[in-house]
Design a protein. Structure first.
Length: 130
């Protein structure tokens, strides 16, 4: 495994931990300002600010836990992609049933000008209910 592949795997693991901890600022540091998220049944989420607004709103009333198996990471110059089998569980803080979604996610990353740091720039997370 190359150093770039390891950094991308570490980014994904950090994302899971930060989301579970409700650390929105840590999650935001993992994505580019022009990030785009493709989600099932909704318009694309365009930009870090739009993502932040949605995540902060959701975390006011829910806990999010995610886990995944990274199936593949490929690096080509300053771009890379990963395919992950992902499970996301969203649990109301007030009690009640959690909603779980599971399936594949495809993510695209861009290496930054420092030549070391990778950031998420595109994500297709079209998870159906588990």
């Amino acid at each position: 495994m190359t150093a770039d592949e390891r950094r991308i795997r570490d980014l994904i693991a950090t994302w899971h931990r930060a989301t579970a901890a409700g650390d929105v600022n840590a999650v935001l540091r993992l994505m580019s300002a022009d990030v785009v998220f493709l989600v099932a049944g909704k318009p694309a989420i365009q930009g870090r600010g739009e993502f932040e607004k949605g995540l902060r709103g959701l975390l006011k009333s829910h806990r999010i836990e995610s886990s995944g198996k990274i199936e593949e990471v490929r690096v080509a110059g300053d771009l890379a992609y990963s395919w992950t089998t992902l499970t996301v569980r969203v649990t109301p803080l007030s009690g009640g049933d959690a909603v779980e979604r599971s399936g594949s996610a495809l993510s695209v990353f861009r290496k930054q000008a420092d030549g070391v740091t990778w950031l998420l720039m595109r994500d297709a997370n079209l998870l159906p209910p588990a």
